[in-house]
Design a protein around this ligand. Structure first.
Ligand code: DAV
Length: 382
């Protein structure tokens, strides 16, 4: 091994932040922790996402010690699998999530956790942007990542650490209709199909997990956690990118794009067959020779206990490089499909950590992938 490559492997030197897409070879990643995770008290944005029949309705507080230990055990093992492949893995520093969040504009009784860094941190090129999230309980979550981001900033002279304006999150940000106790699925589907989401356009709101990176192009889901003002804020913030807002009718709880639309490598995207991209939005991908294929069905009929996400975390995979994909171990249909597409599947046991905020893609955030900013959509004009 040369002195130079040893230097590169040292944890204290050679940190570089850069990632332009979801599939180039992954070299450095942040992986969340389950420590101290809470089920937060009711608030408008959270209530809109918790299914009517969920056992989480009406309960809040710290999750059980047993479930947290199990979640951390699986996350630690996932970290070990990534490190064994030469990928550097950093972990957040949890804060005390039992603390309330009080600002001049709102108060809520506790916080959430730091398992899904993907929701908070958006890496675009040499920048990591802290998102303007719509959940009051997640207002301070960025603090868990500050020790890492501060270190990257000190060590990589080209790293841009950015934060979107903190939203005020007054009641004006949420539609009162969504405050109702019971909203049936038919009503939810009708509302979401006409883009009547829980968040208003009062101020820009977005979660980083609503954004997929395709080099020069960013595909952004407009839904519960990202409003059109948030999309517009991203457009002005990334003037060298083209921003494409998308919708996926058929999802009664549309938060985050990463259990709905999953690029695997240049030219191939999995789409949730229950949440198909509408034809008019599909055309842009077809024109640029991107194939959109229906994802395989989930292996489970229901999510694990006390989980916010749907069974479609099956497609929440982490691409390690254009030939290698991490898939949750029990998701046999998704693994088979990816295998048939000619990619190597790396099995990761993570289902018992889903309740802390999602799957393999959610639980990670990119620091470094090889490669630069390419144009994958040369035929952009309609
Ligand atoms: O299908 O419940 C989960 C996305 C989590 N980042 C769903 C979306």
């Amino acid at each position: 091994m040369t002195a130079q490559s040893m230097d590169h492997e040292s944890p204290m030197t050679g940190i570089r932040v850069e990632s332009w897409n979801e599939w180039d070879p992954l070299r450095h990643v942040i992986l969340g922790r389950a420590t101290g995770c809470h089920i937060p008290p009711g608030e408008p944005a959270v209530d809109a996402k918790v299914p009517e029949d969920s056992e989480m309705r009406g309960q809040h507080g710290m999750r059980s010690r047993e479930s947290i230990d199990r979640g951390n055990e699986l996350l630690d093992r996932f970290a070990g699998q990534l490190r064994a492949r030469g990928i550097q893995v950093d972990r957040p520093t949890p804060i005390d999530f039992s603390q309330p969040v009080t600002t001049p504009d709102f108060h809520t009784g506790s916080q959430f956790g730091c398992m899904p860094p993907r929701d908070v941190l958006l890496t675009v090129g040499k920048e990591i942007l802290e998102a303007a999230m719509s959940y009051r309980c997640r207002w301070f979550e960025y603090l868990c990542y500050r020790p890492l981001l501060t270190r990257y900033w000190r060590e990589d002279p080209e790293f841009r650490h950015e934060a979107a304006p903190k939203p005020r999150l007054t009641d004006a940000d949420y539609r009162e209709d969504y405050f109702a106790d019971a909203i049936d699925i038919a009503t939810r589907l009708e509302w979401t199909s006409r883009k009547y989401f829980v968040t208003t356009e009062h101020e820009p709101l977005f979660d980083a997990a609503d954004v997929l990176r395709f080099g020069r192009d960013l595909v952004v889901q407009h839904g519960f956690t990202t409003n059109l003002s948030g999309v517009e804020w991203l457009r002005r913030h990334f003037p060298d990118h083209r921003i494409h807002p998308v919708n996926f009718p058929g999802d009664p709880y549309p938060i985050h794009i990463d259990a709905t639309f999953t690029p695997l490598r240049p030219g191939v995207i999995l789409n949730n067959p229950k949440r198909r991209l509408p034809d008019d939005q599909r055309e842009f991908f077809a024109r640029n020779h991107w194939e959109i294929i229906d994802a395989a069905p989930p292996a489970h009929n229901a999510p694990p206990p006390l989980c916010y996400s749907s069974t479609w975390l099956s497609m929440n995979v982490l691409v390690l490089d254009p030939k290698t994909v991490c898939v949750e171990k029990s998701e046999v249909y998704q693994a088979e499909q990816i295998d048939r597409l000619g990619m190597e599947v790396v099995e990761v046991d993570l289902r018992d950590a889903y309740a802390f905020g999602g799957g393999l893609h959610c639980s990670t955030a990119d620091v470094l992938r090889e490669g630069g900013c390419e144009d994958y959509f040369p035929h952009a004009a309609g």
